[in-house]
Design a protein around this ligand. Structure first.
Ligand SMILES: *Cc1c(COP(=O)(O)O)cnc(C)c1O
Length: 380
């Protein structure tokens, strides 16, 4: 690795007693400084907002929204990528000058480019051709490089090869994020959320509702609930074409649909290593047109422009709130809003795109309107 070579050729340090500074001391010092930088960034960002979602005043149950769009690069991936950097730094897999390679044109690449830039290590994203122009515009100004992997199915293998050729670190988020968050993600999103709820009427919610992409966020909550013996349930919402709901329901660990999800960030064509089914108490499949209707409803109700997966969680929360209303349960539900709506101006927020995809949010929008006006939940 380049950093090793640098370390080996480093001259002894010139401290007051002129003791020779071994190369490992320099490497440890660099890693320590990098960890400190990332911890300082996390502390400066602080907890993302936990908002009270406006519900009819007569309702018993409450709904909260944990707004991860407030992360520095606009999505919850920032938290996951920071944890993966911390984990790889602690393991000695990222040292001074180590190139970091990811296999995605999504939010992991944007967060990774920002964090690598902060640490001064080179960063490469290998992406399908279609994703390259938009990503290049976003991350090249941060000093990162975009490489096209062709065909799209080869992006993962190509990223691994590029990392090997560069003597770099392949940051494979579908394999690494869940472990990194558990080992180095403190405070986790779960600790943060429960701390914020401590001052509310119902400090222990009935349900936490999140989507699953890498599965790291769901795992952080699922583990927290068990470690602290909390009564809260973990519900994972899942879009069309995803392998997670059928794999979880059938107990098949290698279930695959082979078809990508249309809701960015969540739903996968196969069960990923970071998705831990035993941590999930309930899964709610959500039609894609319903996710989009709910994303728009959320914006109208709160004034916040959040992404498609936030809509998916809102739809799932309606399902659970309807049950609570019917049973007369008080308590609360917390949804995780994964990102901002900005990246979706030409997709979810474009009616021509929706028509082209055969998605009609209108009937779902009517279901939502009826629910929030009357408490009657009839998703059909
Ligand atoms: C990644 C992502 C999720 C899911 O989070 P994981 O921890 O990866 O399961 C949800 N929403 C958005 C927008 C995402 O990018």
């Amino acid at each position: 690795m380049p950093a090793d070579e640098q370390g080996d050729t480093e001259r002894p340090g010139g401290g007051p007693d002129a003791a020779p500074s071994p190369p490992h001391a320099r490497r440890h010092r660099w890693a320590g400084r990098a960890v400190e930088l990332l911890r300082a960034e996390a502390a400066a960002v602080g907890p993302t907002p936990l908002l009270r979602y406006p519900l009819p005043s007569a309702w018993g149950p409450r709904l909260y929204l944990k707004d991860e769009s407030a992360q520095p690069t606009g999505s919850l991936k920032h938290r996951l990528v920071r944890a993966m950097f911390l984990h790889a730094l602690a393991d000695g897999r990222i040292t001074e000058g180590t190139p970091v390679v990811v296999a995605t044109g999504g939010a992991v690449a944007v967060a990774g480019a920002a964090i690598a830039g902060r640490l001064g290590v080179p960063f490469h994203a290998v992406v399908p051709r279609a994703a390259a122009p938009a990503l290049t515009a976003r991350i090249e100004p941060l000093g990162a490089q975009v490489t096209v992997g062709d065909p799209p199915a080869a992006v993962h293998a190509e990223a691994a090869r590029l990392a090997e050729r560069l003597g770099g670190h392949f940051m494979d988020h579908f394999a690494d994020a869940e472990r990194a968050v558990t080992g180095c993600g403190e405070p986790t999103i779960a600790e943060e959320t429960f701390q914020q709820l401590a001052g509310e009427d119902h400090p222990l919610p009935h349900w936490i509702v999140t989507g699953a992409g890498t599965g790291a966020t769901a795992a952080a909550f699922g583990r927290h609930l068990r470690r602290h013996g909390l009564p809260t349930g973990l519900a994972v919402v899942d879009p069309e074409n995803s392998a997670y709901f059928p794999g979880w329901a059938a107990g098949v660990p290698d279930y695959a649909t082979g078809v990508p999800s249309r809701i960015a960030g969540i739903g996968r064509p196969r069960m990923e290593p970071g998705f831990v089914p035993s941590l999930v108490d309930l899964m709610v499949p959500v039609p894609d047109a319903a996710s989009i209707a709910a994303m728009r409803h959320l914006r109208a109700a709160t004034g916040r422009s959040l992404g498609g997966s936030s809509g998916t969680t809102l739809w799932g929360a309606c399902h659970l709130l309807a049950r609570m209303l019917a049973e007369g349960t008080r308590g609360s539900v917390v949804i995780i809003a994964g990102d901002h709506a900005e990246p979706y101006r030409h997709t979810y927020d474009d009616d021509a795109w929706l028509r082209q995809q055969g998605l009609d949010p209108t009937p779902h929008a009517q279901v939502l309107e009826r629910f929030f006006a009357t408490g009657e939940w009839s998703p059909g």
